[in-house]
Each structure stands twice: as C-alpha cells, then as structure tokens.
Design a protein around this ligand. Structure first.
Ligand code: HEC
Ligand code: HEC
Length: 385
C-alpha cells in the first residue's frame, strides 16, 4: 500500500502552447484538449489500413476494454494478428503514478501497461499507433499525416497554438497530449459504483455483499485489499482497488492465447513464449513474472482476466487465489474450465517470484468464494441508487 499521487504531471511542450492560445472561451484549455482527444480516440482512420481506433479495443460500452471476447487477446487492424496480452481497461489509469522505484518500500510502482513500460498516459498513447499487431502505422509521420487530413485537424491550432501539426515530432506530442487529457476526464473515472454509493451513505449493500467485502478486507481470509485497496484514499478520494504495484500470482500459461501461433516476425519463440512482465522491462530476474495490479472497478464487465486472459470467470479467479497451492498440478495444459473440473491447476507460466505469502491457500469455503464474487459485482460504474 502506498500514497498515490495523480499521474497528471507529464509536461509536454504542447501544454504550455495551449495556455498561450487560450481564446476567450467558456471551455477551459484542458477541456478543449480533452474534446480533441475524444475525437482522436474514436477515429478509425488513424490505423494503417484504416479500420481500427483506440475505442476498437477500449470500448466505453464495456468499461473501455475489448468488446470482442472471442479470444483472450485483441486482434490488430490486420485481423490475423494478435497481441500477447489481454486488453486492460483504460479506466482509472489516470491515477497511476509515473512509473518509478519506491526506495522506501523497495518495489516498483505505477506506470502504464501490464508491465509498466510506459511511464505516463502520454507515453502509453504513442505505442498502439505504431505497434504492428495493433494500429500498425509505419512511423509517427504516417500518424501525423492522417491527423492532418482529419475533419478536426483545424482544432489543433486552436488548442495547441499556431502550426501545431506542422512538424512531425511536436505534432505527435500534441496528439498524445490530447489523448491523455481525454483519458483524465470524468468519463474514465466516474466513481459511480454501488460500493461508492455505499461509502457515501447513499446505498445499502446486501448481507452477502457485506460478507464478501469483509472477507475481501480480512488479512486472515481473502486479504485482497492488501493489493486492491477498498477504503477511501488518504486524500479522501474513493478507492481505486489497485495500489499500482507488481506481483507474480503464478497465473498459468493460457493455451488459448493466439499469440503462440503468430508469425515468427512477432513471436520468434512460438509456443515457448514466456511473458516476463516487469522483469523484461527492468531487466531483472527478481521482477520476472510480475504484472501491475489491475483495478477491480468494473471487473464484472471486463472478462477475461489476468495479463493473458487465462480466466474467463470471476469465480475461477477467486478459487485460484483460494487453493492454488493445495491442488495438484494439472498434467499438461488445461484451460480454466478443465482445471476446475479436474481439480488441478496448471503450473505457473513463470515459477520465479510467485507470491506464496499472500495467496494460494486462503482457507475460504465455497460460500466465502461466492460472497467475494458477489461483492465484486458491486464495483461496476453506473449504479443508480
Ligand atoms: C488492438 C487493440 C488495442 C488498440 C487499438 C489500443 N489498445 Fe490500448 N491496450 C491494448 C492492450 C493489449 C494493452 C495492454 C498491453 C500491454 O500491457 O503490453 C493496452 C493498454 C492500454 C493502456 C494501459 C492500461 C493499463 O492498465 O496500464 C491504456 C491507457 C491504453 N491502452 C490506451 C489506448 C489508447 C489511447 C489507444 C489509441 C491510441 C489504444 N489504447 C489502442 C489494446 C489496444
Ligand atoms: C499480492 C497482491 C494481490 C493480492 C493479495 C490479490 N491480488 Fe488480485 N491481482 C494482483 C495482480 C498482480 C493481478 C494481475 C496478475 C496477472 O495478470 O498476472 C491481479 C488480478 C486480479 C484480477 C483480474 C483483474 C483483471 O482485470 O484481469 C481479479 C479479479 C483479482 N485480482 C481479484 C482479487 C481478489 C478477489 C483477491 C483476494 C481473494 C485478490 N485479487 C488478491 C494482485 C493481488
């Protein structure tokens, strides 16, 4: 657990220009930047070929995850290409502090992506445009040229100052600054769950939901809040259900991950591919297999679960936390449903650094598991008391 600071800090040259060009408008410069970011976010002409926008994989109708759940990972604009990781929600990620090593706590925290490899939302937004398995633009110039042709191109000068799109590098910085501004709006962090309403004294949780919450918080039971804090933040803000730290839960390889069958150009290791997570970013074996703690807000809407989408159900996730270290190892690969049926769990994708202290043998009853799952259903935004 740690004190969270807002990830607003990234200073891009465009931010300063924006202030200078503030017209006598009723809308603030930040709002106008965010409105432009919204247009970019939904613009499917910004991929190569055209056809995929940020919203294709981060759809507001499903808490900004991929609405296509047929596969555990998302397809790119080239529809036969699949990435290696499950698309996380982009919601509440504005709260992730810039990626850093916390000296006092002795661990990494914050950043964007499952492995923290982008420090900020601005840095993150650059990646999908240029990723061959996603929007597949060959370079920044290609992205900027597409934006120059967009109906809203003229707004760039209004928001960021004269000739904002004239040169490729600064133009690309303005594009990602606008996207990040959009991702910092209330649309991405509405704080309107049943649990929020309960904390504000505007709703009642059922007795089962309350039992689930107690188990979720109890260090001797679920202990979930150790990494997914459920209490108000130190500044009084509603809980984010992530502390933005990194852990290896021992999640099995997902035999259904289409990345294993990708062309050698994207995945030279084929079926032997192992996702090192944070370890691959900071180049340390001691961080191998660790992934960023995801928020549990809207979790009922964002299946499948975990970095590789191994779990299709919340019940399976909680069962895994409960008895990961009690069941025998499955012989060979097994998807979640098979493992549950056979009473086994496959070995971890990466055995180094698996957390055996806070999970694996929680001693929860079947009823306890159901109660925690019931509580998790109270974390979906849009609840009307
Ligand atoms: C083809 C699907 C796809 C598209 C298109 C896409 N994303 Fe993502 N997004 C992903 C995946 C997969 C990840 C996780 C990748 C990883 O961790 O390595 C991700 C991660 C993120 C994150 C980090 C969330 C977190 O929990 O750390 C943000 C924010 C985000 N995307 C925003 C965007 C924006 C902005 C765009 C458009 C410029 C975009 N995405 C386009 C699939 C996509
Ligand atoms: C030691 C830290 C830690 C504890 C304790 C913990 N989690 Fe997690 N949780 C994580 C991490 C890290 C991930 C992502 C791991 C991955 O993808 O490999 C995760 C993922 C999840 C996911 C999937 C989220 C998604 O978007 O895919 C759910 C659901 C979840 N946890 C629920 C729980 C519940 C319920 C408990 C208590 C029974 C719990 N967690 C306890 C760290 C923790």
């Amino acid at each position: 657990m740690k004190t969270l600071s807002l990830g607003w800090a990234a200073l891009v040259a465009c931010n300063l220009m924006a202030v200078a060009s503030l017209a006598a408008a009723e809308v603030s410069p930040v709002e106008r930047k965010a409105q432009l970011g919204r247009l970019l976010f939904f613009d499917a002409t910004l991929s190569e070929p055209a056809g995929q926008s940020c919203a294709s994989c981060h759809d507001p109708a499903v808490a900004f995850v991929d609405p296509d759940t047929a596969k555990p990972t998302s397809k790119g604009v080239h529809r036969e290409r699949f990435g290696s990781r499950n698309t996380p929600s982009a919601m509440y990620m504005a709260f992730s502090p810039a990626f850093h090593f916390d000296q006092a706590e002795g661990h990494y925290v914050g950043g964007q992506f499952w492995d923290g490899r982008a420090a900020t939302l601005e840095e993150q937004a650059k990646a999908p445009f240029l990723a061959p398995l996603e929007m597949a633009n060959p370079d920044k110039r290609a992205v900027v040229e597409k934006v120059r042709r967009a109906a809203y191109a003229g707004q760039f000068d209004e928001v960021f100052g004269k000739d904002a799109l004239a040169a490729v590098e600064p133009a690309f910085e303005c594009i990602v600054a606008a996207l990040a501004a959009f991702e910092r709006t209330a649309e991405f962090q509405p704080f309107t769950t049943k649990h929020d309403a309960w904390l504000q004294g505007r709703a009642k949780l059922s007795s089962q939901e309350l039992r689930g919450l107690a188990l979720f918080n109890d260090e001797k039971k679920g202990n979930c809040a150790a990494c997914h804090p459920s209490q108000r933040r130190p500044d009084g803000g509603l809980p984010l259900f992530t502390d933005f730290t990194y852990d290896n839960l021992g999640v099995p390889k997902n035999p259904e991950n289409p990345f294993y069958r990708q062309h050698k150009a994207w995945n030279p290791q084929g079926a032997k591919f192992v996702d090192r997570g944070l370890g691959g970013v900071v180049k340390k074996r001691s961080e191998d297999g660790k992934f960023k703690v995801p928020t549990l807000r809207n979790i009922a809407r964002t299946a499948p679960y975990m970095h590789n989408g191994y779990f299709r159900t919340l019940r399976g996730v909680v069962a895994f936390y409960n008895d990961r270290d009690l069941r025998p190892a499955c012989k060979g690969a097994a998807i979640e449903a098979e493992a549950l049926k056979r009473g086994c769990w496959p070995r971890p994708e990466l055995r180094r650094n698996v957390n055996t202290e806070e999970m694996g043998r929680l001693g929860l009853s079947e009823q306890d598991v159901d109660d925690i799952v019931a509580f998790l259903q109270t974390l979906s935004d849009g609840y009307v008391p």
